[in-house]
Every structure is written in C-alpha cells, then in structure tokens.
Write a protein that binds this ligand. Structure first.
Ligand SMILES: C[S@@+](CC[C@H](N)C(=O)[O-])C[C@H]1O[C@@H](n2cnc3c(N)ncnc32)[C@H](O)[C@@H]1O
Length: 200
C-alpha cells in the first residue's frame, strides 16, 4: 500500500471520539488535560513538516496522541519519547489500530535522548508535573521539583545546539525551555500553540 493511500485511511478514522474510545477508562478524563487535541496536533504537525523535516520528536509523548495525529496527516515520521512505560504500550497499540507505520513510541527519559538525531520538535509542557505534584498523571515515575530544572536545562541546551532553521512547536506552558536562539514566528489556538524557528 502506498504511503498516500495509507494516510487517507488513517485520517478518515481518527477523531477525538475514536481516539478516546481506545484509551483505558482511567485515562479518558486525563486525556483532555494531558494530551493534545487532534486539531491542534494536525496544525502543529503541518507547521513542523512544511520545510520537509522528516524526523519529528515529541518530547514527553504520553500515549502518542500528537505523534499519531501527525503521522495520520503528514508524511513525516513521528518519534515519541515517554518515561511512563504503560503509556508507551497503550500508544503503540493505538498506532497499530490505525495502521500507522510512521510512528515510533519509545520508553525513554528525555535526558537520555540526543536531539540532533531528529529534525523538528514538539513540546507540550512535559516537565511541569514535577512542580504540580498533585496534578500528576499517575504514580508510575518519581516526580521532584529538582527534576523540573534538570529536564528543563537539558532540553534547553539540546535545542540550543541544533542547526539554524530548526523548527520547534510549543503548546501551553511558560516556554522556559525555549532558548533565546529561537524566535516565535507564528501562533494559533488563542496563542497556546507557537511555532519557533532557530535563528542562529
Ligand atoms: C502534557 S503530556 C503531553 C503528551 C503528548 N506530548 C501530547 O501532546 O499528547 C506530557 C508527557 O510528558 C511525559 N514526560 C514528562 N517528563 C518526561 C521526561 N523527563 N522524559 C520523558 N517523558 C516525560 C509525561 O509522562 C507526559 O506523558
């Protein structure tokens, strides 16, 4: 099957409802708070891949909702790194359900990732859970205020080391991870979604 026909099939069946129905009941409510809405993910993925970026990394991928939507609507390959193993397992099953071959979800902490292995980046406020411990997704990983700064510093340094022209999309958050070398060039969804471009 060609990539094109594969993409059309996936797009036809991916909706908020169809995605949510594939989640365990416990995650359905959390989904609205922690995972990117399909329409937002579609815009973000289109922005990230419009310069022909091929390998897109979601920094803290959850159940892979951004990656799955991106893989359904664009030709890029979406890589999701996630430190909660149970979410990786659920997301991989959902990607299979939609027949997607351009999604790879991996159980990995972001501090073990080398960003230069990828072309473009997506960030939906992953590290804040270390500060707002009561609003955690589940108890699967250790969360500490010190980890917030550690992950943030690592991400900022990695992003700062990438080539000029690198694209980054952020959704919500305070954008402290975004180095000064990036400039905001576009926004949507009432300013919650931002496209940044590395200037030097
Ligand atoms: C707000 S959710 C966003 C999920 C996904 N990017 C989306 O948009 O649907 C943030 C995710 O980042 C994960 N995360 C937080 N810190 C991480 C780290 N250091 N390494 C890998 N994943 C992390 C959390 O477990 C959570 O699933």
């Amino acid at each position: 099957m060609s990539k094109n026909s594969h993409t059309e099939i996936s797009t036809a069946s991916l909706t908020e409802k169809s995605f949510e129905s594939l989640l365990p009941a416990k995650l359905r409510t959390a989904s609205r708070l922690f995972f990117t809405p399909i329409e937002v993910a579609k815009t973000a993925a289109e922005w990230l891949s419009e310069d022909d970026s091929e390998k897109i990394l979601d920094i803290g991928a959850g159940v892979g909702k951004f990656c799955i939507a991106g893989a359904s609507y664009t030709r890029a390959h979406f890589y999701g790194m996630e430190h909660r193993e149970s979410l990786v397992s659920i997301g991989s099953q959902i990607a299979n359900h939609f027949g997607l071959t351009n999604v790879s979800l991996t159980h990995k902490n972001i501090i073990d990732c080398t960003f230069s292995d990828f072309d473009a980046f997506y960030l939906f406020n992953p590290f804040y859970e270390n500060l707002e411990y009561v609003k955690r997704l589940n108890d699967e990983v250790s969360l500490y205020p010190d980890l917030y700064q550690l992950y943030l510093n690592y991400t900022e340094k990695q992003l700062d080391s990438l080539r000029k022209g690198t694209r980054l999309v952020t959704y919500h958050g305070n954008n402290f991870e975004v180095p000064d070398s990036y400039e905001k060039i576009r926004e949507a969804f009432n300013g919650t979604l931002k496209l940044w471009l590395k200037q030097k």
